[in-house]
Design a binder for this molecule. Sequence first.
Ligand code: ADP
Length: 199
Amino acid sequence: MLENDKEKFRSIVIFGPPGSGKGTVSAFLSAFDEFYHLSSGDIFRGLSKESPNGKIFYQYAGKGELVPDDVTVTIWHNYVQGLIATNRFFPEKQRLLLDGVPRTEPQVKAFTPYIQVERIIVLEVKDKEQLIKRLQARAFIERRMDDMDRAVLETRMQVYDSQTAAVLKHYPKEIISRVNASQSKLEVVRDVLNELIQK
Ligand code: ADP
């Protein structure tokens, strides 16, 4: 465990409901080598379906539910250590773009020893139907089983409202930037850049 703030990974949290564009914004920003995009969903989807952790992931994600917190934190932390050991992520030079964590209130606490949250970009899309349409369009391109089924999508939206949105109240207001993510991708990226430049 890292005791000193200086040893924590400097992080920008890209936050928002499923379909709000966290991956799109993160992919854009990670064109700059000062950032490293780390998506918990991508980490989980990279697990072999036959592995013990992969089985746990598909069991929960298939229903639109969250993977238990302890499993999530362990997998995430092991993955980051692997990135450092293989010279892909350089914590002294790069900031993490955290996409998908922390996603519950207990995760806020569990991730605190590892991350120093410098800014939170909240991608806001108020219209649930717009989110569901985006996810359904993505499902066929990315073969995301959890995005194909309407009932699973609705569960994912409910999980965001009931478990994830409350994460924000654990961070100071001054580091939270809200961006209207129902705009076009270019406009969203522009607004995110403005937030990152001004603050
Ligand atoms: P989206 O960006 O569309 O919300 P993700 O790719 O981030 O979806 O996540 C897909 C699934 O992976 C989630 O529904 C959940 O089951 C699991 N997952 C991702 N991140 C976490 C997390 N921090 N805690 C628990 N489960 C997670």
